[in-house]
Design a protein around this ligand. Structure first.
Ligand SMILES: [Zn+2]
Length: 412
């Protein structure tokens, strides 16, 4: 039998209104009564009563906030960090990244593990990584309230015992989730990287304010997440957003999906490195000197190759500039279609390519302006953003925290 965890017991005692208040404070991370009041039109004395009750029960910590217009320092409320922890597991082709956040979204521990995704028993390898991560945190792991898994891996390599296709519409068929749930006692929530990266602190304001927006990742994977009024649209299969397998006219490259001409063969980090290798070989065959070492583009760490191209493009290297420019052209043409179809208020692009500002970001913006109706392109906010190794894992942990609070509200 599962022993009750301190925070679970604590939450089970809260009233529904107190739980709602805790959930809202968790999204803001630090907030004041003035910020909470418009979201809880209960009247001042009920809100004060709930806040006092939560302080009394040890759920909230209180500090003096920033000075307001009248020179006073209003109370700043946050959840008490030691109450519990949330685990984010990002499981992907280059490797696994794990992160543990406290109740307030502060990173307690993070660690990356190298490639193993297509190992013979990928699920076991993944579990070993999770055990290793816990071995550094013997006390904290007892108080993990929920975990999230982010993975885009859908296909087995023929003949291997790799991950089966995860289904987010019906979690019961996801072997990774099942194996984790059998081993550990916390609830586990799954999602795709392009969706879960949006739950990171700095992007989650769009979700919390119920905006409609589209997020794109161009990394080792190429994917799109559609958020409508703060909710992600998952599609019939639960796997909507597979931008990478849209066909590009004139492209004949084979894709791992079994088809040819897919966008990801051109613009995923693997695709970009493949194109770079082809161009280097052509230069060498014609007796020229390559500006790059071809080994840097042979993977499996394809991100390394793309980082080299971005750095060299900033130094005006013609080959690097040309490759990034043509990547931006392919992506821009597809994104113009996305903008025309969905008319989002915000379009966010996560990729280290966004560091190549004039070449990559300006090219995409120009194509969208040229190919879309002004009605759609003029008010569109386009945001280009890089990310760190742990960004997706962090978003995944925040997503798990959100799901945990939603569940506690349902349980009432
Ligand atoms: Zn494909």
């Amino acid at each position: 039998m599962k022993e009750a965890r301190y925070a679970d017991t604590l939450f089970s005692r809260l009233s529904r209104d107190e739980k709602k208040l805790v959930h809202e404070i968790s999204k803001q991370e630090i907030t004041t009564r003035e910020e909470l009041a418009p979201r809880f039109p209960w009247g001042g004395s009920k809100l004060n009563g709930c806040l006092a009750s939560l302080r009394g029960q040890g759920v909230l910590s209180v500090t003096a906030g920033e000075k307001d217009g009248s020179g006073r320092k209003p109370h700043a409320y946050a959840l008490r960090s030691g109450l519990g922890f949330f685990l984010g597991l990002h499981c992907d082709i280059p490797g696994d990244n794990l992160v543990l956040l406290d109740f307030n979204g502060r990173v307690i521990h993070e660690k990356g593990y190298a490639t193993k995704s297509y190992a013979d028993n990928a699920v076991e390898a993944f579990l070993r990584n999770v055990e290793d991560f816990f071995s550094g945190l013997p006390e904290l792991n007892k108080n993990i309230l929920a975990a999230g898994i982010s993975t885009a891996i859908q296909f087995n390599k023929p003949g291997s015992k790799s991950f089966r296709s995860p289904s987010y519409a019906n979690d019961a068929v996801a072997p990774l989730k099942n194996a984790l749930e059998a081993r550990f006692r916390f609830p586990i929530y799954m999602g795709r990287p392009q969706v879960l990266i949006c739950y990171r602190k700095y992007k989650s304001s769009l979700i919390n304010s119920r905006k409609s927006f589209i997020n794109i990742i161009v990394t080792d994977n190429v994917g799109i997440a559609v958020f409508i009024n703060g909710e992600s649209y998952l599609g019939h299969s639960g796997l909507s957003g597979d931008l990478g397998h849209i066909k590009v006219p004139g492209n004949t490259l084979p894709c791992y999906c079994g088809s040819t001409g897919c966008l990801r063969t051109l613009i995923s980090y693997m695709g970009i490195c493949g194109e770079t290798r082809n161009r280097i070989e052509k230069i060498l065959e014609s007796g020229g000197t390559s500006p790059f070492d071809i080994k840097d583009f042979e993977g499996p760490d394809y991100e390394k190759g793309v980082k080299i191209l971005v750095t060299k493009a900033a130094e005006h290297d013609p080959l690097a500039t040309n490759i990034i420019y043509s990547t931006a052209t392919h992506l821009g043409n597809i994104l113009a279609t996305v903008v025309s179809l969905f008319n989002p208020e915000y379009l966010i692009i996560h990729s280290i390519l966004t560091r190549a500002e004039e070449i990559f970001t300006d090219r995409i913006k120009t194509i969208i302006r040229k190919n879309c109706l002004e009605l759609y392109s003029l008010p569109l906010h386009i945001e280009m953003t890089a990310y760190t190794q742990f960004s997706i894992a962090e978003g995944t942990a925040v997503y798990a925290r959100d799901k945990y609070f939603m569940q506690t509200l349902k349980d009432n």
